[in-house]
Design a protein around this ligand. Structure first.
Ligand code: GDP
Length: 444
């Protein structure tokens, strides 16, 4: 029999209400022991005085909400204790629970793990629960909710089901070549496999929008020393995080600021001034060269680059110019200064000092982000783990389409089904037999 686990489900520290969740076969017996009552009805809240089982000392007057298996989050008997959210109350009730028969503290993620093991959700839905809890922006919340609702599970299991059906036809062709089956199954199967691998390719080639939304969109602020990069990061973050100084080259490391831009999570990185020619130069301490190297690396890996130029510079900085590509947003800063002049046609004129152009910049940035990951009809791939499995499945299907023998084709299709099964945690090539006997009347 499985152990009964308990844990504080709400945040730690002082609060109006704290929720302790208990799951497992002893959870209702525990409730009875602590409340002295046995008249609980599933899914009906009750107000009880909780008392320590041995000392009978009152722990709290609490609202309890019991659930009966399988109609609960974990699929087991569950009791939720809604306590007054003080540290001492929570500690006392946790201690009392620890003293009950068959009860122990839950490991991290154990409730959701049990929910998965009891078939209440697949792995993608379990991952979505974690994503929803970690969601910091509204777009992240919406993506997690969709995934928790099963859009990815349905997509992946849909593919797996179609593949299993194709596999069943193949197996039948291999096992019963003389049976009264539709003629020319093979071209049909190949067409199916081709359609599915095409759908997989489209799902994979989605510009990583789901992963980007989950992880945050990396925006790197790049430019020569003193153009106002740190100042820009500061005003965008509206707090003092980056060091601003009149001296060139003071931002030696990469400083990150997390922003919420219209619901999208942005990781804005301030970088050291670009002076690639100075890397390792005499008189340059290593740490500054390292900063420039990191800035260049950021420029390479960022989803979007903000290339900052100084509208007062005698000439346009060539190092920054060299980084222009489709990810770049060009900015000319310090337009407030006397003698400032537009030198780059495509650049947005801004002044960090006066705030000119900053709203336009945020608008431009948001547009660019929406272009990268904006809402689309198809569900988005959200994790590298899923990507790896789908790539594996797709490769197997591409191989399968040119396989010389039905046996080899079947083996690759089976590999593809297994790879998909690893995403959802439901690997059951074995129920292939069901499909065979459902779709065919071979029954001799
Ligand atoms: P970074 O080296 O590119 O990070 O540049 P900083 O942000 O440290 O700024 C360098 C200097 O330029 C500081 O003295 C800033 O106050 C100044 N600065 C930044 N933006 C502007 C601006 O829009 N107008 C003016 N006049 N000065 C600015």
């Amino acid at each position: 029999m499985s152990e009964t686990i308990f844990a504080l489900a709400s945040g730690p520290g002082r609060a109006g209400v704290a929720v302790i969740r208990v799951s497992g076969p002893q959870s209702w017996a525990g409730l009875q022991a602590l409340s002295g009552r046995a008249d609980f009805i599933p899914r009906k809240a009750a107000l009880v005085d909780l008392k320590n089982e041995d000392s009978r000392e009152t722990l709290d007057r609490a609202l309890v909400l019991p659930f009966k298996a399988p109609a609960s989050y974990t699929g087991e008997d569950v009791v939720e204790y809604h306590l007054h959210g003080g540290r001492a109350v929570v500690d006392a009730v946790l201690a009392a629970l620890a003293g009950l028969d068959g009860h122990r503290m839950a490991e991290p993620g154990e409730f959701t793990r049990r929910a998965f093991e009891n078939g209440k959700m697949d792995l993608t839905e379990a991952e979505a629960v974690a994503d929803l809890i970690d969601a910091e922006t509204q777009a992240q919340r919406l993506q997690a909710l969709l995934q928790m609702g099963g859009v990815l599970m349905n997509l992946y299991e849909g593919w797996a089901d179609r593949l299993k059906r194709a596999l069943a036809h193949l197996e039948a062709e291999i096992e019963f070549p003389d049976e009264d089956l539709p003629q020319e199954i093979a071209p049909e199967i190949t067409a199916d496999l081709s359609a599915i691998s095409q759908e997989m390719s489209e799902h994979l080639n989605d510009n990583r929008r789901g992963e980007r939304l989950r992880d945050g969109i990396h925006v790197a602020v790049i430019g020569a020393p003193n153009v106002g990069k740190s100042s820009l990061v500061n005003v965008l973050a509206q707090r003092d995080v980056a060091i601003i100084s009149e001296m060139a080259g003071t931002t030696r490391d990469v400083i990150e600021v997390h922003l919420d831009l219209g619901g999208y999570p942005v990781i804005l990185a301030d970088t050291a001034g670009l002076r690639p020619d100075q890397i390792g130069a005499e008189g340059q301490e290593g740490i500054e060269s390292e900063g420039i190297r990191r800035a260049l690396l950021r420029a390479k890996t960022a989803d979007i680059t903000l290339l900052v130029f100084d509208a007062n510079a005698p000439e346009v900085d060539a190092h920054t110019l060299a980084l222009i590509d489709e990810r770049a947003v060009l900015l000319e800063n310090k337009t407030d200064k006397d003698g400032a002049k537009a030198q780059i046609e495509a650049a947005l004129p801004i002044s960090v000092e006066t705030g000119e152009g900053l709203d336009a910049l945020l608008g431009l940035l948001q547009e660019k982000i929406e272009g990268l990951i904006g809402r689309r009809e198809a569900p988005a791939l959200t994790r590298r783990r899923h990507r790896g499995c789908i790539e594996e499945a797709r490769e197997a299907l591409v191989r399968a389409q040119t396989a010389a023998l039905p046996e080899l084709m079947a083996e690759d299709v089976r590999l593809a089904v297994r790879a998909l099964g690893r995403i959802t945690g439901r690997v059951d090539v074995e129920d292939l037999l069901d499909v065979i006997f459902r779709d065919f009347c071979i029954g001799k």
